[in-house]
Design a protein around this ligand. Structure first.
Ligand code: URP
Ligand code: ZN
Ligand code: ZN
Length: 473
């Protein structure tokens, strides 16, 4: 089906123009004025904004954690993303101890391929580095997998030593890949957790108190130095503190290939939220910080020190002992209640993927903190470039996939668990009103969401072969 989007405000990273956009099959073929209708279906876009489909750089579906798994899978999480205007999602596949990377890749790809509803890829977590793994890494770009993720925390489980991180950075540079890093100070966390537990502190707030901001700054400084001496690219996921942001900004000024991502939760919430009766719902790693950090991160978004907004979407039920109705069925998945008497047993993570674009639009663009161009850069253009998907994704240009969000700036939407589509029993932004919301969402020319109605299907999402040697933004 060919579609002519007639007379909308077409927003790219460089400009906003009133134009028509012609889609033939799954591609955008032209953007211009007075394009001929020929045999296309015409969609009147007057008063509407056309945005590139959002590109989510960071989500976790069906992620095993403690005695449960994150509650969205590659269908429900993709569908929720699409409702919010995101049409490409990147998840992680995690190496099991003693196993090859390929084993986890094959498993994740098999799990996702049957049910994916939007286009997707995986970053590959290296958690047990060895000579075999070093030899395996160069085979990944041939499969379209161009990103590795390492951790400076979760000692004895996911963490690599600085020496191993340096080796991963070198191999990745040699193969045109990019290393992503979860930054916290694993040793400091272990010390503080042991002390808190022995002092009898078990409440959710201790999750934050045992993962202090200075740990992120110190571990970040070390990781940036290692990357600089390897002359390798480094993408720091979920930046939470003004301190790490300053490190990134000064590293970038001296020419280091360092990039940063932050997430809506670090822009809107603080450590104080963990003191609420439902504080466990706010447990994520790294933890929430302070109002000063929120403000610094907003500034980092507008001044260019941060390159992307991801969500680190990793939902759990607040009360996994009580079933909810979801897709017409009763469903309960163990969740935050697992840590009722011990903050170290609370599954880490929270639901956010559906709200990324609308929150950033309302509190960023409409509030005058971000231009529409910067919004597009942060939510689709930059993630597409950095992760080797541009210009297929992340722009409204001839030749790009017809991933189009018809954004209605006048829709008023009150966020609630009752109208969200993430598979969980609570919403952290419950009651928050946003103005500006997707009216329609298209993936490769196919209408997935129409005025709040789901028209997509499981299995339509395609695995994306990403390009190596992607630019540092
Ligand atoms: O708390 C979080 N962020 N859970 C997901 C796993 C991770 O470390 O990103
Ligand atoms: Zn992380
Ligand atoms: Zn994560």
């Amino acid at each position: 089906m060919n579609i002519l989007f007639r007379g909308g405000d077409v927003v790219t990273e460089t400009e906003t123009i009133i134009a028509d956009l012609l889609v033939i099959g799954d591609k955008i073929v032209s953007v211009g004025t007075d394009l001929p209708v020929s045999d296309a279906r015409v969609v009147d876009c007057s008063g509407l904004i056309l945005l590139p489909g959002g590109v989510e750089p960071h989500a976790h579906f069906s992620l095993p954690m403690f005695d449960t798994i994150s509650s969205d899978d590659h269908f429900t999480g993709h569908r929720a993303a699409a409702f919010g205007g995101t049409t490409t999602v990147m998840d992680f596949t995690s190496q099991s101890p003693g196993s090859s990377l390929q084993q986890s890749i094959d498993l994740s790809r098999t799990q996702a391929s049957q049910i994916a509803a939007v286009d997707y890829s995986f970053h590959v977590n290296v958690t047990d580095f060895s000579n075999d793994v070093a030899r395996e890494i160069p085979s990944l770009p041939l499969q379209g997998l161009t990103t590795l993720k390492v951790f400076t925390a979760y000692n004895g489980r996911l963490r690599l030593s600085d020496d191993e991180i340096s080796k991963v950075l070198n191999i990745s540079r040699e193969n045109g890949m990019l290393v992503m890093i979860h930054i916290e100070d694993g040793d400091e966390i272990d010390r503080l957790v042991a002390r808190a537990l022995s002092d009898g502190y078990t409440d959710p707030i201790w999750h934050a108190r045992t993962r202090p901001a200075h740990g992120e700054v110190i571990a970040g400084r070390r990781a940036i130095s290692i990357a600089e001496s390897s002359k390798a690219g480094l993408y720091i996921v979920h930046v939470t503190t003004a301190g790490l942001l300053n490190q990134i900004a000064s590293a970038r000024k001296r020419g280091a290939h360092v990039m940063g991502e932050t997430c809506p939760q670090y822009l809107f919430f603080t450590q104080e939220d963990l003191l609420r009766p439902d504080g466990a719902n706010w447990v994520c790693s790294p933890p929430l910080r302070t109002v000063e950090d929120n403000d610094a991160l907003w500034k980092g978004l507008s001044d260019g020190s941060i390159q992307t907004v991801g969500t680190d979407h990793c939902p759990f039920f607040a009360d996994g002992a009580t079933a909810i109705e979801f897709d017409g069925q009763q469903l309960a998945i163990p969740g935050k209640e697992l840590g009722k008497s011990d903050f170290t047993r609370i599954p880490n993570g929270l639901p956010a993927i559906e709200h990324r674009m609308s929150l950033l639009w309302h509190f960023g663009v409409s509030a005058g903190k971000l231009s529409m161009q910067r919004f597009v850069e942060l939510t689709s253009g930059n993630p597409a470039r950095i992760f080797g998907l541009y210009p297929r994704k992340g722009t409204l240009s001839p030749g790009s996939d017809a991933d189009i969000v018809l954004w209605d700036p006048s829709i008023k939407h009150t966020i609630s668990v009752t109208n969200s589509h993430m598979r969980t029993d609570h919403d952290l932004w419950e009651g928050v009103e946003v103005e500006g919301y997707p009216l329609q969402v298209y993936l490769r020319g196919h209408l997935l969401v129409d005025r709040g109605k789901w028209l997509g299907k499981a299995g339509y999402g395609q695995f994306l072969h990403r390009q190596a040697n992607a630019p540092i933004m």
